[in-house]
Structures are given as structure tokens and as C-alpha cells.
Design a protein around this ligand. Sequence first.
Ligand code: PLP
Length: 366
Amino acid sequence: MIPMVNLQAQYTDIKDEIERGMAETIAACSFILGPNVQAFEKEAADYLGVRHAIGCASGTDALHLALLAEGIGPGDEVITSAFTFIATAEAIKYVGATPVFVDIDPCTFNITPETIENAITPKTRAVMPVHLFGQPADIIAIQAICQRHGLKLIEDCAQSFGASVDGIQTGAFGDAAGFSFFPSKNLGCFGDGGLVTTQCDVAAAKIRQYRNHGSDVRYYHDVIGYNSRLDELQAVVLRAKLKRIDHYNAARRHAAQRYSAQLAGLPLQTPHEDGVGVHVYHQYTVLCDRRDDVMSALQAKQIACAVYYPVPLHQQNVFKAECVGVSLPVTESVAARCFSLPICANLADDSVDTITGVIRSVFDAG
Ligand SMILES: Cc1ncc(COP(=O)(O)O)c(C=O)c1O
């Protein structure tokens, strides 16, 4: 059995450090916004090269808090991708704004400067690119569009912790960005967790208030906020894993390169790197006209594989009515042909070899 992600193996490596940190936290009974959350926020800000990193309860909340802090609200349009997890668009809806879905690049699966620019209207207030599967969007060009049109740039970095462009981390380009620490993410905790980053002191102050019941000083409340704090025990886990994130991401890149070398020449599209951004392979996703055949062959050999995402957001029941007439041909074609193979920091070379062998056998059999 080869799972999509082997979290047990990763845990075994760092078990002692995590258990020690958890025992200390439990003994100190400092469970809410304690020393580990504070230390993690500082360590994450340093790693990401941002002025502020603010822990919160999930990646979904991180995007929501980022939009709130940037003042996005009812009547505003936010340009984003339909080829993403629902949370990207949910956050836009939470603030009462309207997601405007635009098409993606067929190689990187990210929204493009062209598709964004064509969708700008007088109501557009923000652009929310997703660095999908760990591959940075064309963020420098997108940043320039936002500056030219006076739009806020909010990065969805849920899948891109450690990805960079020109040596700058994703999450450091936008007015604000949201990260997810869902367990299977490149930097994952033992439950839900998230992080908002920003270079702006004013936005950071708002995000800190919003995540903690609209309060800076206990029992004094300036705005209606949320209970969206990063849990102290999760911060213990994140501090241990953050120290090792470059090693984890390098191992993912190694596995991806091995996959791509072995799958070369087969009738499927392997991930494309643009040579500028550093892809951290949250997912290793390929396109194939014979998706069902290949996935069935893998499953028959107890090898996990999955379709992220089978139904683009503009075609989901929840958005269908407001997206009548929206046509995103590249997104639709990619959703119909994509599937992802196991990838994580502990994926052994011989597992990659086994997986690619099974895929090759499908095509050899004709
Ligand atoms: C692209 C994207 N955005 C947002 C989220 C939301 O993160 P969370 O699950 O931590 O709320 C996810 C998580 O799966 C995601 O993949």
C-alpha cells in the first residue's frame, strides 16, 4: 500500500521533539496564544521574509481574515481561480464579495496575467491567485497588474509554504496572504491551523484583532471579530516542522523529478516548471486522456491516487446559479483529465519506481 502522504513516517522522525514541547505546554497550562504561538509567528515571519505572520485557526480563516483586513466587502469583485479548493471562494463569499472566476494556464494550472486583466471591471477590488499544488503563480506580473489598477493582491498560499520566485517566498508578494497547516500540507500540524502574512502594520493590527474576538486588550472589543486563534499545541508541532521545511520540500522536489524523468515519453503531461518559480510539489499532478485506466491500474496495486479537483468551482452546485454563462475551457479540460500521484517528504525512490512502472504498463498494454 502506498498512501498519498505518509504522515506516520514524518512523525516518527520528530516524535521526541514534539512530545517534549507538548508535555511542557500542558504542564505550563498556557493553551491560548502562548509562547509557542508567539515564537512560531516570529520564526515563520523570518522564514517567509515578511513583517508580520499571524497564526489563526485554519487556512480558510486566514484568507477570510486577510480579505477583512484589506476592507473587501459587499459589492466588490475578487478575481480568482475556479480550479482550486472551495475555501478560496468561500472566503470571498464570507466577506460578502463576489468571486469572479478566470481561466488558468494549461501547464501550471494557475490563473494568468492575461485572464486576470481581461476580467477587470470597475467593481474589481482584489485579485486572489492560488499557488496551486505548490507552484507559484506568475506573481510578479500579477503584482504589476494589481499596482497598475489599484487592486489588492491576496495570495492563497495554502499549498505553497516554501515556494518562491526570484528568491522571494510566496506570501511576501501580496498585500496579504493566507497559509493552511492542514495535516497533509507541506507544513502541516496535527489538526487545523493557518497563518496570515502581511508587510503592512495596519493590516496586521486588524488581523490580530479579528482573530481574537475583535480585541487587543482582554474584555475590550473594537469590532465584531472571530475565535480564530492558532492553537498552542499546534504551534509546538509547527515549530518542529518549520525547522525542517527546506529538507521536506527538497525531498518532494526530488520525488517529483524522479517521477517526471521516468514518465517522460508517455502520453501524459507531467508538471511544468517555468524556470523562475520554485515549485514545492504539494501535489504531483499529471494530465492524461486515459485517466480512468491509469487510476484503476494504480488502485489495483494498492497505490493511492486522487483527482484534485474533479469539478471546478463555477460548475459546483453552490456556484452554478451565479456562474451561468461562465465558460473556462482550459479549467474544464484540466479538471476532466488531471490526477495526482503520491508525494510527500518520505516517499522512497523505489515507491516512485513502482508507481511509474504501473503507469507505464497501462500504455504498454495498449
Ligand atoms: C488552495 C486552498 N485554499 C484554502 C484552503 C483552506 O485551508 P484549510 O483547510 O486549512 O482551511 C486549502 C486547504 O485545503 C487549499 O488547498
